[in-house]
Write a protein that binds this ligand. Sequence first.
Ligand code: F6R
Length: 246
Amino acid sequence: MNIRIFESEREVDLAAAQYVAGRINEKPDMVLGLPTGGTPEGMYANLAKMVAEKKVSFKTVTTFNLDEYAYYDGTEPQSYRVFMKDRLFDHIDIPNTSYHLPSLPKGRDAQACCLDYENAIKAAGGIDLMVLGMGGNGHIGFNEPGTPFGIGVHKTELTEKTRSDNSRFFASEADVPTAAITMGIGSIMRCRSIIMLVKGAAKADVLAMALSGPVTQAIPASVLQLHPFITVFADSAAAAGLAARR
Ligand code: F6R
């Protein structure tokens, strides 16, 4: 595991964007996994700028997002589809048939929707580079503590901690959905390479546990210690607990 520590969140944003752009320039038809949330917003802004400056192109890139709220059809303002269009897809040159998000609309069978998404990733040849954020409880995607490591795309209930963390994107916590469809830890571990971005002092303790503690389902991100090609991009606030634990 590589760990890159930066002074500020802005440096993480820029370094992560440069890394992703570099990987796309090496393999222009790459398959890229993407997260939503506050953490990658700065990286997305930098990538949009790099596309405008013709330093990178997404014309032949295929993307798969990690997750989406259950029973959303992707038009809701808080849906991850709208988030991704607002933050990235509408500002880059990716064809609108080349980006994908899981979807579990009302009335559809959950297992069939999960299988469809798993199969779409397989048909694209698997994910070359997955970009992850990490939740305040160590979740990756919406794989909450206790999720079995081998699991593929699945429907999951969100913990109170995650619903409260995400309530900043909603009018009130009661409006935050209670379930989601997400790539599983098995799906994430099958990605050929991974970068995980972590920012802010609030995640310092859980990051230290994830990277230097035991590999345990209680801290889902700890499974990444077992991945052969992972780099963590952290700002110094998020990395504060690492030296202490090493
Ligand atoms: C979102 C996702 C989540 C977030 C995590 C951190 O697609 O997969 O695991 O990465 O909840 O969220 P932020 O970045 O908002 O702290």
